[in-house]
Design a binder for this molecule. Sequence first.
Ligand SMILES: Cc1cc2nc3c(=O)[nH]c(=O)nc-3n(C[C@H](O)[C@H](O)[C@H](O)COP(=O)(O)O)c2cc1C
Length: 179
Amino acid sequence: MSYLIISASLNPNSRSCLLAKTALSNLKALGHSADWIDLVDEDIPLCDGDSVYEDERVVRIRERITKADGILLAVPVYNFYASAAAKNLLEVAGSAWKEKVVGFLCAAGGKASYMGPVSLANSLMLDFRCWIVPRFVYAIGSDFEGEAIVNSGISDRILKLVTEWVRLVEALNKGENED
Ligand SMILES: Cc1cc2nc3c(=O)[nH]c(=O)nc-3n(C[C@H](O)[C@H](O)[C@H](O)COP(=O)(O)O)c2cc1C
């Protein structure tokens, strides 16, 4: 199976990136490897619906998304939604997202925006027939201290999400990736 973890925050001190890194460690502990994309390093242009699709940074990231069977998307919550940078990744990569198993890890300031990533999940389901893992990780400011996740409940949820995600990726791709 081909796993991809994307940290979609553009903040170099991102908390959702810490969630994504923890998910990657959990995945490795379960005996799997993953491709890793941090949007801080990618400089992806905004979608113009036109020439952006030929941009080599977009072509490259689209190829990496296409290769994945399952994708974990770590997103910041901005203005009660997933951030614009996360949404832009759907806009520029489009059908590369087709039929992936997608799980969400979200960092927010407070509890009130817990439905924030749902519009992105809807688009993935309805535009691209993705399978959304029905177990989100949603962490708020007080769950972190510096570079550490200090709420063990969040750490537990990350492990549960990763375990469930792997189970779904394997179940849905059974046979297709076998010789
Ligand atoms: C422009 C902006 C808008 C935000 N809007 C919300 C919001 O609607 N709800 C919320 O709970 N937190 C909001 N926050 C707080 C962020 O979700 C929080 O800082 C989170 O850690 C961002 O993720 P990151 O650290 O991975 O970049 C906002 C932050 C910024 C910069």
